[in-house]
Design a protein around this ligand. Structure first.
Ligand SMILES: *[C@@H]1O[C@H](CO)[C@@H](O)[C@H](O)[C@H]1NC(C)=O
Ligand SMILES: *[C@@H]1O[C@H](CO)[C@@H](O)[C@H](O)[C@H]1NC(C)=O
Ligand SMILES: *[C@@H]1O[C@H](CO)[C@@H](O)[C@H](O)[C@H]1NC(C)=O
Ligand SMILES: *[C@@H]1O[C@H](CO)[C@@H](O)[C@H](O)[C@H]1NC(C)=O
Length: 235
């Protein structure tokens, strides 16, 4: 480092030799120019890139703060039990069921589209007996829109031996004319504004449905009343 400085000083002191020597200095700087230029070019683009990132980040953060995402809303619109029967054979009892359900998913956000990446639903009877699980189709939603999703739970669930709770609940609710079925849903979704996707949201949805007994004409006439489900952990 010190030597070139001395040389430069030497050139300054000897202007006559300057012109002849300077090209050599220019040559050496030209030789190192490509790497030097490449490096400063990379620096330049890196600075621009960083600046753009920071600006985009600030804009997204500002928009996010201004338009705080609102929780989705879920409703059970229709629910029909075409079969709901507890049968005993010896010690062993089982519940046969066929539940057809229409749910509506509402995206109340003015600025965000929603993209459901996963949506699973579990049905259980009387909090005691798990009936079955279904994977609902994935879907995308525009802002301020509602999507209807129909699904069916059908099959037979074995009542654990010695568990009286299901039988008791079944007898009581059959007399009341309505069966209480709980639907729990586990969703994974992302919000999207123009091209920017949010992190994953994993809300849990809980719907308690009172569905007319398929064998009770009075209840069937009264029908099922649509309910709003509870949505937890929309964060
Ligand atoms: C319902 O269960 C009873 C016994 O508990 C049985 O006799 C009847 O056949 C069953 N009905 C259906 C539709 O499965
Ligand atoms: C019913 O259960 C008892 C024990 O809890 C058992 O000894 C008996 O064999 C069972 N009967 C049938 C029909 O499964
Ligand atoms: C369940 O009910 C629906 C309509 O109520 C019917 O189309 C379907 O065949 C039923 N499934 C079974 C297994 O009975
Ligand atoms: C049918 O349901 C009504 C309520 O909708 C209830 O009051 C009545 O007891 C039920 N009838 C039978 C036979 O279970």
């Amino acid at each position: 480092m010190a030597e070139p400085k001395q040389q430069q000083e030497a050139y300054l002191n000897q202007p006559y030799y300057g012109p002849t020597v300077l090209p050599a200095g220019a040559e050496s700087s030209r030789a190192s120019r490509p790497t030097l230029d490449g490096y400063s070019l990379i620096c330049f683009f890196f600075k621009i890139f960083t600046t753009i990132l920071i600006v985009v980040g600030i804009v997204v953060l500002a928009l996010w703060l201004i338009y705080q995402p609102q929780s989705i809303k879920v409703y059970a619109d229709t629910a029909v039990l075409s079969v709901f029967n507890l049968s005993n054979s010896g010690n062993h009892s089982s519940l046969t069921y066929n539940l057809t359900l229409t749910l509506s998913f509402r995206n109340p956000n003015r600025k965000y589209d929603t993209n459901y990446e996963r949506l699973n639903a579990d049905a259980s009877y009387s909090n005691h007996l798990h009936l079955s699980s279904v994977a609902l189709p994935r879907f995308r939603q525009n802002r301020k829109s509602t999507t209807l999703v129909s699904t069916r739970f059908e099959g037979r669930a074995e009542v654990p031996p010695g568990d009286q709770r299901v039988e008791e609940a079944f007898g009581r609710e059959r007399d009341e004319g309505f069966f209480g079925i709980r639907i729990r849903m586990y969703a994974t979704l992302r919000l999207k504004m123009v091209v920017v996707q949010s992190v994953k949201f994993k809300p849990d949805v809980d719907c308690y449905l009172r569905i007319p007994s398929p064998t009770n004409a009075t209840s069937l006439t009264a029908g099922f009343h649509s309910v709003e489900c509870d949505v937890y952990n929309f964060s």
